[in-house]
Write a protein that binds this ligand. Structure first.
Ligand SMILES: Nc1ncnc2c1ncn2[C@@H]1O[C@H](COP(=O)(O)OP(=O)(O)OP(=O)(O)O)[C@@H](O)[C@H]1O
Length: 623
């Protein structure tokens, strides 16, 4: 028995979403004379040339067309998802202009690229979605999730992780079905799917289209999808189609009337060809006669009466949980993901431990705290701080991926960006302390004997440094869409921090405006405090009282002579490294570091909220 058979078999037993017969109110998404143009002045190019149509509840509208016809641009416009360019026209939901708020309440999207949480199973993914979205008892949510799993035929895979390129999990088709299942949790009135059959074999594609048709009817949902190259079986799953070519409508109407329409305008389907294949061929501007394509486009008369519902939209009172409830769910969800996914923290913990043990072995002689090991000990602090903090670059990548998944959830009304930011902070802080313990406990305190009584202060200062770097990593993770750009910027910041930390070059030797870097680098403030805490109260060997020396001590003729006490050693070091503090400035330094970290975090929060809520508005037509 194959997986599919098991799924089919189980489908018969449990109730499906279609059996629940939750019929929403009648809905019409209408769009009139929508246009999309890019470029300015003489480079201006119109891509959608006044497209009109509508999607009604209970039916599936498929947007078809050859490559470059404008399908993605149209679905982007309808889902307020554009990426640059000017969108104009009139898009309405039951007569009201479609705003981002209305979209979040009543619509849901299934993007072409599945943005699933790789380390969660099918069941966990849907249960967390239900927890985030629905005001219902656990039992009600469980029942709904079970029905959805059964509906999309994933019962046999309910405990399989979603997976990604590194983790084996669901197959491509199963991932598509899970993305659809996630979108169904909130019972949307309008469902948009971008290429729902991409990556599926012919049978799976036909089955998903058949299911969508049934779902549209059973739940009274308006479904709008783009399809690249439908097979005959897939084509039969559409109620209505909109055929696009060169950004214009070549046909809009019932799918079953397509064949007669093309025959009437002089393009009958040749014997043996499928209607889907034929119509895509005759409107293909790149591979057919352009005059023929223009003729077909000019012949089309918009007379699709369709529906025109203007009544109230569906009841959404059972949707939308409080920010606190969402935060708690997200803490549980991301706690579990963090536990399972080594890329964010667990991998770094191991790398911190290994890297710091390596440095401790290399600098093992510095445990003697003798005069000739003073600088070695300071360098060790720098390595302990510098190398682990550079690994924050991993976070830049991971947060970038996470952002796009969260953005999708914000768009589909699952959560507020503030809940995510709060949950992230709640998880981040203990992990920063854990990371610090991995970096310091064995290597620093076990191996090179850092000054024990200051353990807690050192760990806290170290955790604060890591948190500040993490804030920068988060900011750069969303500054650019491309994670590589964020990673490069993070590494630049880190290198600048290393250069201007007060050890490599004297602050006073650096010309302005570069000197400003030494004030905003994290490492400088962290090194000051960590060196101070390890040095100040420890006893140093090799120096003895010497009343004949102006310093009051000497080292049996050795030139490497820093002092007997921590204070003397730090004062001597300060002559070479102005960044070293011999006075207690622990609180001041920590506060400066915290302020820099908070500044990065604040910019991150502002950018995150703006970007995650960003919607491409469709402007009214210019008169
Ligand atoms: N921002 C943009 N700037 C310039 N041209 C654009 C932009 N966005 C889309 N286009 C152009 O508009 C046309 C329609 O693009 P669109 O992605 O909507 O096609 P499509 O029908 O979805 O094609 P495919 O099936 O191959 O994905 C293409 O020629 C594309 O190059």
């Amino acid at each position: 028995m194959t997986n599919g058979d098991v799924e089919q078999a189980t489908m018969k037993k449990a109730p499906s979403l279609l059996d629940l017969q939750e019929k929403g109110n009648d809905t019409t998404l209408s769009f009139k004379d929508v246009r999309f143009e890019v470029g300015k002045k003489e480079k201006r190019k119109e891509i959608l040339h006044g497209v009109s149509g509508q999607v009604c509840s209970g039916e599936v509208l498929a947007i078809l067309g050859p490559s470059g016809a404008g399908k993605t641009c149209l679905i982007d416009l309808l889902t307020l998802e554009g990426k640059g360019g000017l969108y104009t026209g009139d898009v309405r939901l039951n007569g009201s202009p479609l705003t981002p708020e209305l979209f979040t309440k009543y619509c849901s999207t299934v993007p072409q690229v599945d943005r699933l949480w790789a380390f969660l199973t099918v069941e966990e993914t849907l249960m967390y979605t239900a927890d985030l979205l629905l005001k219902a008892t656990q039992e009600e949510k469980r029942r709904r999730v079970d029905a959805i799993i059964n509906t999309v035929g994933l019962d046999g895979s309910r405990h399989t992780k979603c997976g990604n390129q590194f983790l084996k999990g669901l197959s491509g088709g199963q991932r598509r079905r899970l993305s659809l299942a996630v979108a169904l949790v909130g019972s949307p009135s309008v469902l948009f799917l971008d290429e729902p059959t991409s990556g599926l074999d012919a049978a799976a594609a036909a089955s998903i289209m058949g299911f969508l048709k049934e779902l549209a009817k059973a739940s009274n949902i308006a479904i709008c999808c783009t399809i690249h190259q439908p097979s005959s079986a897939v084509f039969n799953g559409f109620d209505r189609i909109m055929l696009l070519s060169k950004g214009r409508v070549a046909y809009l109407g019932p799918a079953h009337k397509t064949e007669s329409y093309f025959a009437n305008i002089g393009y009958p389907v040749p014997h043996g060809d499928s209607i889907a294949e034929h119509m895509l061929n005759v409107v293909n501007a790149e591979f057919s006669d352009p005059k023929q394509v223009d003729e077909i486009l000019n012949q089309f008369q918009q007379n699709d009466s369709g529906c025109n519902h203007t009544g109230p939209l569906g009841d959404v009172s059972s949707k939308g949980t409080s920010i606190i409830a969402q935060t708690m769910t997200l803490v549980r969800r991301h706690g579990l993901i963090t536990y399972r996914d080594p890329s964010m923290y667990v991998g770094r913990m191991i790398m911190f431990l290994v890297a710091c043990i390596f440095f401790a072995v290399i600098y093992i002689e510095s445990r003697s705290r003798s005069q000739d090991q003073v600088f070695a000990r300071m360098w060790l602090v720098l390595w302990f701080l510098g190398v682990p903090s550079s690994l924050g670059v991993v976070a830049t990548y991971v947060y970038n991926e996470e952002f796009f998944a969260i953005k999708r959830e914000v768009k589909n009304g699952l959560l507020s960006p503030y809940s995510y930011l709060l949950a992230n902070l709640i998880i981040q802080i203990p992990f920063m302390i854990l990371l610090s313990l991995f970096a310091l406990a064995i290597p620093a305190y076990g191996m090179v004997k850092w000054y024990g009584p200051h353990f807690v202060q050192v760990v806290m200062m170290y955790a604060l440094t890591l948190w500040s770097f993490e804030a920068a990593a988060q900011l750069f993770s969303i500054t650019f869409d491309n994670p590589l750009m964020g990673m490069l910027t993070y590494m630049n910041l880190w290198f600048a921090g290393f250069l201007f930390c007060g050890i490599m070059v004297r602050e006073s030797d650096v010309i302005w405006p570069f000197r400003a870097m030494s004030y905003i680098t994290y490492l400088k403030w962290a090194i000051k405090n960590l060196v101070y805490l390890d040095f100040i109260d420890a006893t140093w060997t090799g120096a003895v009282d010497d009343s004949s020396s102006p310093t009051g001590f000497s080292c049996n003729g050795s030139e490497l002579c820093f002092g007997r006490t921590g204070k003397e050693v730090l004062s001597s070091m300060k002559a070479t490294y102005s960044a070293i503090d011999s006075e207690d400035k622990l609180v001041e330094n920590a506060m400066i570091l915290l302020a820099i970290g908070c500044a990065y975090k604040l910019i991150y929060v502002i950018l995150f909220v703006r970007k995650s809520k960003k919607a491409q508005l469709v402007y009214p037509i210019k008169m």
